[in-house]
Design a binder for this molecule. Structure first.
Ligand code: FES
Ligand SMILES: [Fe+2]
Length: 396
């Protein structure tokens, strides 16, 4: 089983020779990558409605992953979904490119398309029949048009949203636009290395949680809780608190080693293809995690609630290369899902819900991140830096 897994796995670009050597040094010396200092964050960052509103304003101006390209399998297909509280209609155009519109009728605001997915060239609002075409969202027909005269249809097209399909993912910016390549910066080639444009969705699960979105992300990028919270489960095979942090500017990567590998290193054994014994979690600021599993890619997007700082929605998708998908792979991925579901639903999420409830009970207190909690620190430091860059004062 293990050999079969190794045969299908490709080396993640984040785990280069330097990373491998750094990990070996950590395992030998009982060390880990560290931030320059510890970090204290007010509890209110997880509970304040005002702060949450500022976060939503910021996230609305950043590229976020709204879906995977395989959800729009052919020209003419569409999906609808809410992203950060905004209803979107995302379509694949005749030339194969992707367009995105606000799914809000320019007449009186109804949802123009109510189906979650499908294929259409024309979208007719179910309320009073205004119709919009797919390619540019142009308003084509208005029943009782004379009642609106003088009326310029070209001023009432669907509102366009900035969208780009890159590395197999559909990225949107709700307000304004961003150059995605420069936004991804040093992380761009790492996202590319997962080959997600050749993949399809195998599994797509969504959980509504009573947890601030940042706590959910922290749980997925915390290298020192495995031994304790996941005792007898994940800790059986992942080494605690020996982490390499890949710094890609606003994005980053938390790399950990398998326990078996740690043991071999400590026993002085020579190890070939050491990278196979590593797990890597690529964090794309603000709310996406991409993890390489032996056969598939695990994609997490964590969404703050549009109203309540103590709630979020996490979407977990498994992506697999279409040509690898046979029954054996299905079985393996189902097993992976069981392990993940067990750890997340029975261990991580309940602990994070407890933290959320405690912080809400004591919003005047603070939480503390040690130097070794470098991934968690990164989320908060980056958030502060993006607020400053976008001229948003979250405490105003
Ligand atoms: S609200 Fe869409 S046609 Fe009236
Ligand atoms: Fe965990």
């Amino acid at each position: 089983m293990q050999e079969a897994a190794q045969a299908t796995r490709e080396r993640p670009s984040q785990v280069d020779e330097q990373v491998v050597n750094r990990m070996i040094d950590h395992l030998r010396g009982n060390t880990t990558d560290m931030a320059g200092s510890e970090l204290r964050i007010p509890a209110s960052r997880f509970t304040s409605e005002r702060y949450a509103a500022a976060e939503r304003a910021l996230l609305g101006r950043l590229p976020v992953v709204a879906g995977h390209g395989s959800e729009l399998p052919a020209p003419g297909t569409f999906i609808t979904r809410s992203v950060l509280g905004s209803p979107l209609l995302i379509v694949r155009k005749a030339d194969g490119a992707v367009a995105a519109y606000l799914n809000i009728c320019r007449h009186r605001g109804a949802q123009v398309e109510t189906e979650p997915f499908g294929a259409k060239s024309l979208f007719m609002c179910p309320y009073h029949g205004w119709s919009y075409e797919r390619e540019q969202g142009r308003l084509l027909a208005v029943p009782f048009e004379e009642m609106f005269k003088p009326f310029d249809k070209s001023c009432n097209n669907l509102r366009q949203v900035d969208v780009e399909e890159r590395h197999g993912l559909i990225w949107v910016v709700l307000e304004g636009a961003k150059d995605l390549t420069s936004w991804l910066g040093a992380a761009d080639r790492h996202v590319a290395s997962f080959g997600m444009q050749k993949s399809e969705l195998y599994l797509d699960k969504t959980f509504d949680l009573k947890i601030n979105w940042k706590l959910v992300l922290e749980g997925a990028i915390d290298g020192s809780h495995v031994q304790f919270l996941h005792q007898g489960t994940v800790s059986n095979f992942i080494q605690n608190n020996a982490c390499v942090w890949g710094d890609y500017g606003r994005h980053g990567s938390l790399i950990m080693a398998r326990k078996k590998f740690a043991l071999k290193v400590r026993e002085g054994e020579e190890i070939e293809s050491a990278w196979r014994s590593f797990s890597s979690n690529l964090y794309i600021f603000p709310n996406t995690m991409i993890m390489a599993a032996p056969d598939h890619v695990e994609l997490w997007t964590v969404w703050p609630s549009a109203k309540d700082p103590s709630r979020s929605t996490v979407s977990i998708r498994f992506l697999i290369h279409s040509d690898k998908l046979d029954q054996r792979m299905r079985d393996r991925m189902n097993m992976s899902w069981e392990i993940l579901e067990n750890a997340a639903l029975n261990e991580d999420f309940p602990a994070e819900e407890g933290i959320q409830a405690n912080l809400a009970a004591q919003p005047g207190t603070s939480v503390l991140y040690g130097r070794h909690e470098i991934g968690c620190q990164h989320i908060h430091r980056q958030l502060a830096s993006e607020f400053a860059d976008h001229g948003i004062d979250p405490d105003a």
